[in-house]
Design a protein around this ligand. Structure first.
Ligand SMILES: Cc1cc2nc3c(=O)[nH]c(=O)nc-3n(C[C@H](O)[C@H](O)[C@H](O)COP(=O)(O)OP(=O)(O)OC[C@H]3O[C@@H](n4cnc5c(N)ncnc54)[C@H](O)[C@@H]3O)c2cc1C
Length: 287
């Protein structure tokens, strides 16, 4: 990842490798704004090389055993610790059919080497508009568990991401887990278009659940605006089932209604075209 800066070295910092959550929280309390947490370090180290971040203390959470677990909690869902790498999550087999959208999104993150280091929590906390996990997590109504000096709190991923590179987290707080709720009978899928870039130019995460009498659908678009965006108008068209006509109408509606941005990677109008293409692809696959 390079933003064109001439730096190849890291700024000076003190590296911490705590063994327990209490130690991590104590280090955050001690160093506050001066510290940055590190999961896989894929994003953090790149940002530090570019001098986009210059923490004087880096707190590596990979050795904290309680953050390295994936737990299936009956009646609650799947709890994924902050030190679990994307590769471990994919290989562990914990992502079931109803979480297919997350499995498909993570399987296409970067390359095997990066997936071995990078964590799901790090990917989410980066909150760069074009990373892939946030739309998938939002489609599954996932939440994050936050620990800090005031205790613990839980919030939906959709509330956690406030803006580009902006998450709802205090300087002394950390994310300990991502929680994907149980949802029997849910079907979900992910699609993205990169056009040879490192990152998505547009992505879509879909989930359709059959809870009770009414089906509910979510269509969450990533990489098209500063945060992931849903398209309720297109969701209504597919909540009672999919057919070729519904797929075409949903794809056209999403392309028309989802607000897109111009940036260095693509124009807004190209992104609108991509939305139509990837929505058709992903829904066709789910028919
Ligand atoms: C060549 C390349 C290709 C890439 N391709 C893709 C791609 O296809 N799709 C995609 O989605 N991403 C892609 N990425 C981005 C990459 O996946 C992310 O940088 C990575 O997932 C971040 O995870 P990490 O564990 O390494 O986070 P880190 O780099 O350790 O941390 C990232 C940020 O999250 C914070 N953080 C980490 N852990 C916590 C915590 N527990 N609580 C609070 N804050 C925390 C850090 O302080 C930092 O600000 C690519 C990156 C590169 C270099």
């Amino acid at each position: 990842m390079s933003f064109g800066s001439p730096y190849v070295t890291l700024p000076d910092f003190t590296y911490h490798r705590p063994k327990s959550l209490d130690e991590v929280l104590a280090l955050l309390k001690e160093h506050g704004d001066e510290a940055k947490l590190m999961g896989g370090g894929v994003g953090l180290i790149a940002f530090m090389k570019e001098r986009l971040m210059s923490p004087t203390h880096v707190i590596d959470v990979k050795e904290v055993a309680e953050l390295g677990q994936v737990r299936q909690v009956p009646g609650e869902g799947l709890r994924i610790g902050a030190a679990v790498s994307i590769a471990e999550l994919l290989e562990g087999g914990d992502l079931k059919t109803e979480q297919a959208v997350l499995r498909e999104a993570l399987a296409r993150v970067a390359d095997p080497m990066i997936r071995r280091r990078a964590t799901l929590v790090g990917n989410l906390c980066e909150a760069i508009p074009w990373v892939d996990s946030p739309p998938a997590l939002m489609a599954l109504d996932a939440s994050v568990e936050v620990a800090g000096p005031e205790g613990r709190r839980s919030l939906l991923v959709s509330d956690f991401i406030r803006g580009p590179v902006d998450i709802d987290l205090g300087p002394n707080e950390m994310v300990t887990e991502v929680v994907v709720p149980e949802s029997k009978g849910r079907r979900s899928a992910f699609e993205k278009f990169t056009g040879g870039s490192e990152f998505s130019l547009a992505s879509v995460a879909v989930s359709v659940s059959n809870g009770g009498k009414k089906r509910a659908a979510k269509l969450v678009y990533g990489a098209v605006n500063s945060t992931p965006v849903r398209c309720p108008e297109a969701e209504r068209l597919i909540e009672d089932g999919l057919s070729p006509t519904k797929v075409r109408r949903a794809a056209e509606t999403a392309s028309e209604k989802v607000e897109c941005l111009d940036d260095v990677l693509a124009t807004a109008s190209y992104r609108k075209h991509l939305i139509k293409v990837i929505t058709t692809q992903v829904l066709w696959r789910m028919m």
